[in-house]
Design a protein around this ligand. Structure first.
Ligand SMILES: [Zn+2]
Length: 252
């Protein structure tokens, strides 16, 4: 594990180090952290790029899907030469071009609960950048079990939402408190791949996820306990308090 920042890193991360809330110690802490990103699509693209440029120590990039021409409208970490390539591998190439200090690992297969549990335990934070409910519920269960914070984002059509579930702390609400399994059964397959989504909205939500991840790793204030919803058409921003559902099968 890195014990001090070298001259190249001091220059590269200078604008972070100038911030009172980060400083040298905070930047060094980021360089010691391991973060997993599930989904390297529209949300995972800005998340991986910002966390790489911000100098997170290790990024584990998880996606079993391939880059498709129709992804390039919003999935900025990929490019035309990479159509047909696995998304985690393509993202790894972009991250390595951006910041050689960041260690990367890729996982290109669909993970069972046991496999995901084992991987989650090796990380300080997980980002849900997936586009389906099955993965969201799976990540929520596993991160809660491992007491690893989960930064969750979603976007469909013109609307995006983002929050942080800080499972390091007791009595935190979880994704399933917010969206009980039954309420989503009818739309379990709904995702932006079938519904359309405005491209820059993914950049906004993904960038907020990256910001939340950095703050969470540095124990700065996050969205924990609050859901932020952004309407890209009206540019209205709403925030709701999320409370723990005392009958939630995951967290109660
Ligand atoms: Zn819950």
């Amino acid at each position: 594990m890195i014990q001090e920042l070298n001259d190249e890193q001091l220059e590269r991360y200078g604008r972070h180090i100038l911030l009172d809330e980060i400083g040298y110690e905070g930047q060094l802490l980021l360089a010691q952290k391991r973060v997993a990103i599930i989904g390297l699509g529209g949300l995972g693209s800005p998340v991986a790029l910002y966390l790489a440029s911000a100098g997170i120590g290790q990024l584990t990039l998880i996606d079993f899907d391939q880059v498709d021409l129709s992804n390039l409208q919003r999935q900025l970490i990929h490019n035309q030469q990479r159509v047909g390539q696995n998304k985690a591998i393509s993202a790894q190439q972009s991250v390595e071009l951006l910041n050689k200090n960041v260690k990367t690992e890729t996982i290109t297969t669909k993970l069972t609960d046991d496999e995901l549990l084992k991987i989650t335990k090796q990380h300080d934070l997980v980002l849900d950048c997936s586009d389906n409910f099955e993965t969201r519920y799976q990540l929520n269960r596993i991160c809660h079990k491992c007491q690893i914070p989960l930064v969750s984002g979603a976007a469909i059509r013109w609307e995006g939402q983002v929050t942080t579930y800080d499972f390091r702390k007791n009595k935190q609400p979880c994704y399933q408190c917010l969206f009980p399994l039954k309420s989503n059964q009818g739309s379990i397959q709904e995702s932006c791949s079938q519904n359309g989504v405005i491209a820059p909205l993914l950049g906004i939500i993904g960038s907020i996820q990256a910001l939340e991840a950095i703050k969470c790793l540095l124990e700065l204030p996050t969205l924990a306990g609050k859901l932020t919803i952004i309407d890209g058409l009206t540019m209205e921003l709403r925030q709701f308090n999320i409370t723990q559902d005392l009958s939630c099968p995951v967290c109660s």
